[in-house]
Design a binder for this molecule. Structure first.
Ligand SMILES: [Zn+2]
Length: 141
């Protein structure tokens, strides 16, 4: 697990961002050094769990293998994955992420409600690296 980006698991899984105490801007990935709002005098950045649900703002699919320095195994075929930009209304931010495995762009529509779920980025015998996926909220796994 990448420390500081996630909290909880199962239905309690949440992305963690930070919120500026001066202007209430929310940042994800978390910003811990200084508020990036150019109109803000600067405030303390406080960790906040983000909303579990948002709405599809845009989406596409990754048809091609990303160029270097992205590392892929050339022995493996490249599986297209749906990428979703999700608008979190109360935070007023858009968070990018992959759709859960099995969900393609054909299953998505702008405005559709989606929820964040825990996913596996990579794993070996000792470690599982966590990531997040977006799943249509109507679908129950
Ligand atoms: Zn600020």
């Amino acid at each position: 697990m990448i420390a500081g980006w996630f909290a909880g698991d199962g239905d309690g899984f949440r992305l963690l961002g930070t919120r500026c105490s001066a202007c209430a801007s929310v940042f994800f990935p978390r910003e811990d050094i200084f508020c990036r709002n150019p109109g803000c005098p600067g405030g303390d950045l406080v960790e906040v769990p983000l909303s579990r649900r948002g709405r599809v703002w845009s989406y596409t699919d990754s048809r091609y293998r990303p160029p270097s320095p992205y590392v892929t195994d050339p022995e493996l075929s490249w599986e297209p994955r749906a990428l979703i930009a999700v608008e979190l209304a109360s935070e007023r931010i858009v968070v990018l992420g992959q759709a859960v495995p099995g969900v393609s762009t054909a299953d998505l529509a702008v405005g559709m409600e989606v929820e964040v779920v825990q996913g596996v980025l990579n794993e070996d015998e000792e470690t599982t690296w966590t990531t997040w996926h977006w799943r249509p909220a109507e679908v129950t796994a």
